[in-house]
Design a protein around this ligand. Structure first.
Ligand SMILES: [Zn+2]
Length: 322
């Protein structure tokens, strides 16, 4: 555990320790190959898959507005996928190029999170390495370490482990230490449910499994607080710098229970299905603004120091929280 990781830069400190909800927002982005690409995602108005050149401009505008924390997801071209997501750790992958360019342009004023899971790069769409139809935990962790190191090398602030394999935080922390990445943090999706609220994201990231589901690694939606606490405390012990609860609104109670118990900062992911619900029920931007402010306040009240949300830009540009 390296307690200094969350304090290394002013922007990390503002994100994590500010009492201001606006400062705790993280905007997710989907990165694709090519040039001049910007494709709006079905069911997620205002959210795009963008090639690195366009993404840099988008994030540049966000930075000008004061929105300084960004989470990047790699949407890999189908023909590059294979059983172990080999291409996800390429130094020239759009995700790694984006990390390097953003760091070059914005220095330590930006906080960059990189999503690390195998599912956007595997041809079967699962979050791990398959043995038959089962996901092999420890082999999968080895591949996650490889991808995490490539993001660390590119200069990411936080490796964001979204896979839910057992013991991956310890393995990734160990590998980071071995290579001298003492300032690279880990955000762990510690308490991630096999939820029905991820639909629009899976379309966005083209990461749906080709068969079966994710119930052998993500948490059962019926599970109570004990398992949530075990997952969170184990990741904390293994060296996670931030503990994540996902989804948000249907699990506000879990967020409250976990944030009361763990000693590390807690993040919540206000997921794609929650975002779509707000947009579908409220296409009018003025009344939607009030709804968004209410949703974000509920996360802060339940103990989230960090809120990953597709609403971040709208909340900032509309000054919804001021
Ligand atoms: Zn996954």
């Amino acid at each position: 555990m390296r307690l200094r990781i969350n304090r290394f830069t002013p922007s990390r400190r503002d994100l994590i320790y500010s009492r201001d909800i606006e400062a705790s927002l993280v905007q997710p982005h989907f990165v694709v190959s090519g040039k001049l690409r910007s494709e709006e995602i079905d069911d997620m108005p205002g959210i795009y898959r963008q090639s690195v050149d366009v993404l840099l401009d988008t994030i540049g505008r966000d930075m000008d507005m004061g929105l300084t924390s960004h989470m990047l997801f790699y949407v890999m071209d189908e023909e590059l996928k294979d059983p172990i997501a080999t291409m996800a750790s390429e130094p020239d992958s759009p995700l790694n190029v984006a990390i390097r360019e953003l760091r070059k342009r914005h220095g330590n004023e930006i906080v960059i999170f990189s999503d690390v899971c195998l599912c956007t790069g595997t041809d079967h769409g699962h979050c791990g390495v398959l043995e038959g139809e089962k996901i092999a935990n420890d082999k999968s962790v080895g591949e996650l370490v490889r991808i995490a190191l490539s993001n660390a090398e590119a200069g990411v602030d936080y490796i964001s482990l979204s896979d839910m394999m057992d013991n991956r935080v310890a393995e990734v922390r160990g590998a980071l230490e071995e290579r001298g990445y003492h300032e690279t943090g880990i955000l762990s999706y510690s308490v991630k449910y096999a939820s029905s609220f991820y639909g629009p994201f899976r379309d966005a990231a083209s990461s749906s499994p080709k068969f079966g589901d994710r119930k052998s690694h993500q948490m059962d939606v019926r599970s109570g607080y004990d398992e949530a606490l075990l997952e969170a405390l184990q990741d904390e012990r293994e060296g996670a710098d931030i503990i994540m609860i996902k989804p948000g609104l249907p699990y506000l109670d879990v967020l409250k229970v976990v944030s009361d118990e763990v000693l590390r900062p807690v993040a919540v992911y206000n997921v794609s299905g929650e975002y779509s619900m707000v947009h579908k029920s409220c296409p009018d931007s003025k009344s939607r603004g009030l709804m968004i402010a209410e949703v974000l306040s509920s996360f802060a009240r339940s103990g989230a120091s960090i809120i990953v949300t597709y609403h971040a830009r709208e909340a900032f540009s509309g000054k919804l929280l001021r």
